[in-house]
Ligand binder design. Structure first.
Ligand code: ASP
Length: 349
């Protein structure tokens, strides 16, 4: 751990929408996305940051509940088109789906060698008690921060929120009200911002600087998330597994990856596996990994072809499946890649 260097450089600020730039609709009183000029007008401090910040905004800013893979591809395209001109990228994004977007971008921007920092806020930036100012200013500073040798301090897709820099594909929205909206339960913070920004360099990824960043665009959305609960019915599960074009399932199990030991469930899952559907086991617990051989329910799942999601999040498993399925129809390859860490998203072993 060391003190941060002085932030200088060029940052591209990509504005997608979210509460940070919202204002009240005069008729309904509900918050709705406004364009970036509104945000700039509320934040003259932007001009005072010692980093050259250029803005690129979505033509139509959105509430992040409208985020979708086509828009992830648009963000990837913007980053790829401007990759050489900037030291880092800050994405202003609604908090509701920020963890999905951060996860997706971590796979879509292969061998990322520059910081991509997602942030937003719980209160619009024009409100007196807004958390948006600090989130935005610190994100820009982190996106521009470099080591003394000129290499970026955090060459990863991250979420910065409320004093914490988090690996994006490990993060989850944990609070719909408090400013402390995100956390990573299975990985410490990459940095903590107080009076100084303290980077935990030993946790930060090391890309291969001799290779270029490789953007990916294809995502296959044939994925569902399903949660086990006591009393779950065979008809429900069979109906779900018969979903047209289904290729991937994120199954939210109990504890360390456990499930009811009902023969019908194991049969249904085995049949789905045999049809080429990839089923990933993610625990319903906020913290801790899946360890499928620990209890007999988990062991049976393993025999049914269900793959451990280790200590990954649901958001990340969904995005990773979409990404892999978008690039290959080889189920064995998808399963093998789901069991490897591609960019720090799971701890295998
Ligand atoms: N509904 C908003 C969004 O995700 C919430 C936020 O930005 O905090 O766009």
């Amino acid at each position: 751990m060391t003190d941060q260097p002085k932030a200088t450089g060029r940052v591209l600020l990509i504005y997608t929408g979210g509460t940070i730039g919202m204002g009240r609709n005069r008729q309904t009183g509900a918050l709705e996305p406004l364009d970036f000029n509104h945000l700039i007008a509320s934040m003259p401090e932007l001009a005072a940051i010692p980093v050259e910040t250029v803005v690129h905004q979505f033509p139509q800013p959105i509430d992040s509940s409208d985020m979708k893979p086509q828009l992830w591809a648009r963000i990837v395209q913007i980053i790829a088109d401007h990759y050489e001109q900037y030291d880092g990228f800050v994405i202003l994004h609604g908090t509701d789906t920020m963890a999905f977007t951060a996860s997706a971008l971590s796979f879509m921007l292969e061998n990322l060698t520059k910081p991509v920092i997602l942030t937003g806020s719980q209160l619009p930036i024009n409100q007196l008690r807004t958390d948006g100012r600090e989130n935005l200013i610190t994100s820009i500073e982190i996106a521009a921060a470099r080591h003394p040798d000129g290499r970026p301090r955090v060459p990863e897709v991250c979420i910065y929120f409320s004093g914490k820099l988090l690996r994006g594909n490990r993060a989850t929205k944990i609070n719909s009200e408090g400013f402390n909206a995100f956390d990573t339960f299975n990985l410490p913070h990459l940095a903590d911002a107080g009076v100084n920004i303290t980077y935990h360099d030993e946790l930060i990824l090391h890309p291969d600087y001799s290779r270029p960043m490789r953007p990916h665009f294809a995502m296959d959305t044939g994925v569902i998330v399903f949660t086990l609960f006591p009393g779950i019915e065979e008809d429900t599960v069979r109906h779900l597994l018969a979903t047209p074009r289904l290729r991937g399932i994120v199954m939210r199990t109990y504890g360390s990856g456990n499930a009811p030991q009902q023969p019908w469930l194991m049969e249904a899952l085995s049949e789905a596996t045999a049809q080429g559907i990839t089923i990933i086991n993610i625990t319903q617990c906020a913290a801790g990994p899946v360890a499928m051989a620990r209890y007999s329910g988990g062991y049976l799942l393993q025999n049914a072809g269900v793959i451990s999601g280790y200590d990954g999040t649901v958001e990340c498993a969904v995005a990773k499946l979409m990404h892999l399925m978008g690039h290959t129809t080889d189920t064995a390859l998808i399963r093998a890649q789901m069991s490897r860490a591609l960019c720090g998203e799971i701890t295998v072993g």
